[in-house]
Design a protein around this ligand. Structure first.
Ligand SMILES: Cc1cc2nc3c(=O)[nH]c(=O)nc-3n(C[C@H](O)[C@H](O)[C@H](O)COP(=O)(O)O)c2cc1C
Length: 163
């Protein structure tokens, strides 16, 4: 197999599709699409999301130190790309998409109820890697739709048709 050298930047694939939601200190909610995201500790559970400093959400996460990661099924693709192509600087995206919001139970940030898994996180560290700042979030609480609970200890994510 012949290999070429490729000018390839976001190299890892497939990339996850998550939505990070946050709440500013005046209580305004916002959310953005994030592909720079991964699990980064099993015990204690932690996740990492990369946010570009020019994003409206960046200052919110930086100041409040909390965020929610929402996993995205295919049927919410339109909402995902809307949140990834409009800024909370210009509009209330959550209201314009008619998304239902519930308060986090641990962190002061919104859970996007339409999305089947919502992960409440508190920032424990962050690294400005280059274009993105990687926020490491301790997982404080995970909310999942009841039909995904397989047993007391198991979650069946195979029922979600992920984007
Ligand atoms: C598929 C997709 C993936 C994206 N991934 C990221 C990402 O990992 N980090 C980031 O900061 N922006 C990412 N964006 C861009 C933001 O979601 C976009 O700039 C958004 O409008 C920012 O919203 P805000 O200004 O309200 O925070 C992505 C956009 C799309 C469509």
């Amino acid at each position: 197999m012949k290999k070429e050298l490729a000018p390839f930047k976001s190299c890892l694939h497939p990339r996850p599709n998550v939505i990070v939601s946050c709440r500013d200190q005046e209580g305004r909610d916002n959310a953005l699409a994030v592909a720079y995201a991964t699990n980064c500790s099993y015990d204690p559970p932690m996740v990492m999301v990369g946010i570009v400093p020019s994003r409206y959400s960046y200052d919110i996460v930086k100041e409040t130190g909390v965020f929610v990661v929402n996993l995205v099924p295919k049927d919410l693709e339109k909402e995902y790309f809307y949140l990834g192509s409009h800024s909370g600087r210009d509009e209330d995206k959550i209201k314009n998409l008619n998304l239902e919001v519930k308060d986090g139970t641990v962190v002061n940030a919104p859970l996007l109820v339409n999305f089947p898994v919502n992960i409440e996180c508190s920032v424990v560290d962050s690294i400005l890697t280059g274009s993105h700042e990687m926020f490491i979030g301790k997982v404080d609480k995970v909310h999942i739709n009841e039909e995904l609970v397989a047993s007391e200890e198991k979650v069946d994510l195979s029922k979600i048709d992920f984007l």
